[in-house]
Design a protein around this ligand. Structure first.
Ligand SMILES: [Zn+2]
Length: 494
């Protein structure tokens, strides 16, 4: 019997047997009994529930014990908690963690092992759906996509960087979807046709590649002593938004400074892909009070319902370069191959120097702690005033070993809790809020009939204990149930 007939029968039996038992036929099924299902929408728990999965989707969720026919396995979830799989809406899966392109070429064995482990590392920490928000070269996503077991991956179809702006230095990189904005200082090189680099042409190309997001950038630069990168004008951003929406793409924009957030909040973009941690001339002092200028910008984002990804781990991950002990964290052994950890240990000083030169470690560490705290204060303000927080980590964001795949999401959650974000909000952000913001709520974000069977079985209640996200019993991905320990990098090495 094919799946459609099964579904029809299922619908029929549901109607005909409402008062007795629910009869369901499954071909390749999974029955979860005694489930305590947590709703990320309203944070209620439905005890003693049943979940029926067939193939990769959820067929039934309810209190009535279904009469299951066909071929299926059973999981007794007594005492456990079931939540939908987590969504990280800002990752980059195309590289080898913190290795540069040259280092990748020099270390093919490490690259091979890392790429095999990468999808499992995300699953190990419960991330069953990822959105890659970068990737000038979408063909590099295929390594990740061809893994037999891995999270569902969505992408941005190649960054729509602003012609000769951030991410496109001196036209030297091959970025097929750059946007050209008239600029006397940066005339478009002869090898490109202007009409191929308008918002309209780029949005169409990105949509036809299968992407769900148009990612662009507002980044004047990080070093005030250097000339500014060109940034998009208001008109260009409005056009980008219009063309993105015409093509059913979500407009997500890189920006983390006061200037960028001011611009992007007023431009009413869909999502700002970073938190506001760079406060310009303002600084977080010992009073911990948020400056009025920061509040004003965040208030505009709240009023305009702009999605906001705190991405706290971007700053923390850079700070970890100052900490020689970080690489001894035993959690790393679950998400990174041994050889890569050993490589980092041998090269940690060089990696530090590549990013921070010979600046003293304690000064860098203090600075990054302050910037990180600014990010947390901005995030808390958004949370407390009805802002639209989304869960995205930007893993890995910089050449640092401080953004390990999967584990980085858990670290981001710990930081959120630390900053006073309620556990229910953290769960909602990483599930239903992300699903809605990226037009994926038909498939993800809650445990409901018709959605993808991407589920986590947790030993603890994540509404009471953040450590529940590091106490996962089983990960169900596309209907397939996996023991967490089999996803660990340690397990592969044995
Ligand atoms: Zn990013």
């Amino acid at each position: 019997m094919n799946k459609i007939i099964g579904l029809l029968l299922f619908t029929f039996t549901l109607i005909s047997c409402k008062t007795s038992e629910v009869e369901i036929f499954v071909e390749n099924g999974l029955l979860i009994e005694n489930a305590q299902i947590i709703s990320p929408d309203d944070q209620t728990i439905s005890p003693d529930s049943f979940i029926v999965v067939d193939g990769d989707s959820i067929l039934y969720v309810g209190k009535d014990e279904p009469n299951l026919k066909g071929s299926f396995a059973t999981i007794d979830a007594a005492g456990k908690y079931i939540i939908p799989g987590l969504i990280d809406s800002h990752v980059h899966v195309t590289g080898t963690d913190a290795l540069s392109d040259d280092e990748e070429l020099d270390n093919p064995e490490i690259v091979k092992n890392f790429k095999e482990q990468l999808p499992k590392s995300y699953l190990y920490f419960g991330y069953t759906t990822l959105i890659d928000l970068g990737t000038a070269k979408p063909e590099r996503l295929t390594d990740f996509q061809k893994a037999v077991i891995g999270p569902d991956l969505y992408y941005a179809g190649g960054g729509a960087v602003i012609g000769n702006g951030y991410g496109l230095s001196n036209w030297n990189d091959d970025i097929p979807n750059f946007i050209y904005q008239e600029n006397e200082d940066y005339p478009i090189p002869e090898k490109y046709l202007k009409e191929n680099h308008t918002p309209k042409a780029v949005a169409q190309r990105i949509a036809s590649s299968g992407a769900i997001v148009l990612k662009t950038y507002y980044e004047p630069g990080f070093d005030p002593t250097q000339p500014r990168f060109p940034t998009p004008s208001k008109t260009l951003m409005a056009n980008l938004k219009m063309e993105a929406h015409k093509n059913n793409l979500v407009l997500a924009v890189h920006g983390n400074s006061l200037e960028a957030h001011d611009f992007l909040g007023n431009a009413q973009v869909d999502v700002i892909a970073h938190g506001l941690w760079n406060w310009g001339n303002h600084r977080l002092d010992s009073t911990g009070v948020i400056p009025e200028a920061i509040k004003d910008v965040l208030d505009t984002e709240i009023k305009n319902k702009v999605g906001y990804m705190p991405t706290l781990q971007v700053i923390n991950g850079l700070r970890e370069l100052t900490d020689s002990n970080y690489l001894n964290d035993p959690e790393l052994e679950h998400v990174l191959p041994n050889e890569l950890i050993a490589y980092y240990k041998a090269n940690s000083n060089t990696m530090y120097a590549n990013v921070f030169g010979n600046a003293p470690k304690n000064i860098i560490s203090n600075n990054f702690n302050r910037i990180s705290n600014q990010g947390k204060v901005s995030m808390k303000y958004m949370n407390d005033h009805g802002g639209h927080l989304l869960f995205g980590t930007d893993t890995p964001s910089s050449p640092t070993f401080g953004n390990p795949p999967g584990y980085n999401g858990y670290l981001e959650m710990l930081e959120m809790e630390n900053a006073g974000i309620p556990l229910g909000n953290i769960l909602a952000m990483a599930t239903i809020e992300n699903a809605k913001a990226f037009n994926l709520e038909k498939l993800y974000g809650t445990v409901e009939e018709g959605k993808k069977a991407n589920l986590l079985i947790l030993n603890k209640n994540p509404l009471q204990d953040i450590m529940a996200y590091n106490d996962i019993e089983q990960v169900i991905i596309n209907g397939k149930s996996l023991n967490r320990k089999n996803l660990s990098a340690k397990n592969v090495d044995e």
